[in-house]
Write a protein that binds this ligand. Sequence first.
Ligand SMILES: Nc1ncnc2c1ncn2[C@@H]1O[C@H](COP(=O)(O)OP(=O)(O)OP(=O)(O)O)[C@@H](O)[C@H]1O
Length: 411
Amino acid sequence: MAVVAGAAALGARSARSHVITFDGVTKRYADGTVAVNDLHLEIPTGEITVLVGPSGCGKTTSLRMVNRMIDASEGKILLDGVDVQTIDPPTLRRGIGYVIQQAGLFPHRKIVDNVATVPYLLGWDKRKARTRAMELLERVGLDAGLAERYPFQLSGGQQQRVGVARALAADPPVLLMDEPFSAVDPVVRADLQDELIRLQNELNKTIVFVTHDIDEAVKLGDRVAVLRVGGTLAQVDDPETMLARPADDFVREFLGGDRGIRRLSFVPADLPLRGDLTVPIDAEVSEAAGAAASSAVSWLAVVDGEGRPRGWVSTEGLPPAGKVADLRLLPYGTFEVNGGSLRSALDAALLAPSGCAIAVDADGKVAGVATREELARATAKVAADGAAQPAPAEQAAQSEQAVPAEGAGRG
Ligand SMILES: Nc1ncnc2c1ncn2[C@@H]1O[C@H](COP(=O)(O)OP(=O)(O)OP(=O)(O)O)[C@@H](O)[C@H]1O
């Protein structure tokens, strides 16, 4: 009875949201190993929550308790408020896609049939299931020509894409992904990560993603949960907050040495732009000299007839006559004026001899120039904002101190 009630409740609620709640969950294996220890964690609907931490900290165990491949020893896991223990595993797993390392494809089934595995299990007719599989192959960026191949005839990256397509086949609201991209080389891995972000923007699944790679966690996660060995939660936060304010030394060390720079990826490049530091490529050198003199600068960004950047020119030692087009154009970097990060602006500045960054719009047309002074001001502000906020551990300590102080006042 309990099983039926659970499944019905899951069905009734699934149209609404797909929150996963770990409510004081502990997993103790038969040999006494405590893999997960009193985990309290809410995984919000429609977001990617990444579980990250060193080897053996209980990431996989936590993930597998959601679809009941492993059962919790204590506590509850709730899916939209329904205890997963009350839902029979096949019903539960119908609403939960699962992607693992090295894809886990069936070696003797063609790609299209691998993707259609769950629709076949659900009793879809073969044509409908294969049509769905073909749609999904396209969706994950695979050529339809691969559908009739066997897994061994695909690259590692292609196999991982098939694994994602297979997990999405029955359109489950929840996806569990266990180190899905860790067996491929860094370039393919970055592609797969970008593809997942793109897919998630379309699909808005509730995704729990396990990795031991903090860079992957910070790139993919709307929220990142750092676990420590012993299966306890060290911190859960959005990546920007975590990079700015790690809860303790363990999280700080786990985030690594360049966390200051990485944090700038989450800060919008909200920079004042100068419109007077550009010169058209078909201008006369004398015009460039005049523009540089009136702006008191020694560099100008050269812009072509379509408004696109072509390079920087030094305005020192210009020849007396000629065209800007004949001058030596030096390297430049750009950042997107809408949605670009402060890190991308700094990167653009570091690529240019001027130390300035060229802002471009979505079409790649120059919107203006961010000067080094403005970049320095913006980074200093980020540093000051970070320093002004206490770390979560300090916040907790401060609020604990506040309680007796108030009590003393009342007494
Ligand atoms: N079946 C089992 N019996 C006993 N201990 C187990 C079992 N499965 C896992 N463990 C232990 O539980 C702890 C957590 O394992 P788990 O696989 O969840 O960690 P993980 O964070 O996913 O590790 P990794 O990053 O290395 O995959 C480890 O100490 C592991 O050895």
